[in-house]
Ligand binder design. Sequence first.
Ligand code: ZN
Length: 262
Amino acid sequence: MPARSLLADLTWYDFVDCVKSDPIIILPVGSVEQHGPHLPLSTDTLLPQALAEAVAERMGGLVAPPIAYGYKSQPKTGGGNHFPGTVSLDGEVLVGLVRNVINELARHGLRKIVLFDGHMENQWFLVEAADLSLRDQKMFRNTDLRIVKLGYWDFISKTTEELLFPDGSPSWELEHAAVMETSLMLHIRPDLVRRELIPNDPPAKFPPFDIYPFDTRPIPATGVLSPAASASAEKGAAVWTQVVADITEALSKAFDKQTSNV
Ligand SMILES: [Zn+2]
């Protein structure tokens, strides 16, 4: 068995052995989305993939090949779908894709599935995919399936938040390509971060409604929604350590029949 529990690296014989231990399997779901002048388009896929691998290693779990495309970038959370290089899916395509993958994993006997989101815009489509898969499985009389859906940013503790933002709490929605994501990328893939181009513009200001087509005027030209200059690899390491530990603990509890009420 390879040291890293990547589903795609297993042989089918390895896979059969692995399924016998009733492992969790994590499906990272990201996006191809602009992340300012300093981070790659794959940021929202690289981060959940790396975090999922760390969590899976601690739990003896598997990581499925990630879904590298996500739902359309929105101005208030990702800058908007009009930025060059942002390649997005229609909602129904994302729902169908995730539903299909869940049903396939369940068909092979996996019962503990984690939808590990790296792109805020995906969240309700993942909920819909989970709901429809559970309905599909019920029709196949498979009632054993459990699905956890999470966004890793929701695990950042108050203490870590204070370390990231010593001058006060951020708006998490506006943290696109800003301190948290830039710090994590400096920790896991510093080779992909253009440090000299990290912007430090003030937070974007949006009206309390959405208009379509987008009004692009409030969207910062860089695509970065909050100042990012205070990002650092040290902050990234702190987020990484805390979030990996807490997600591991949460998933152990969620899939433990004794403590889970799902
Ligand atoms: Zn992002």
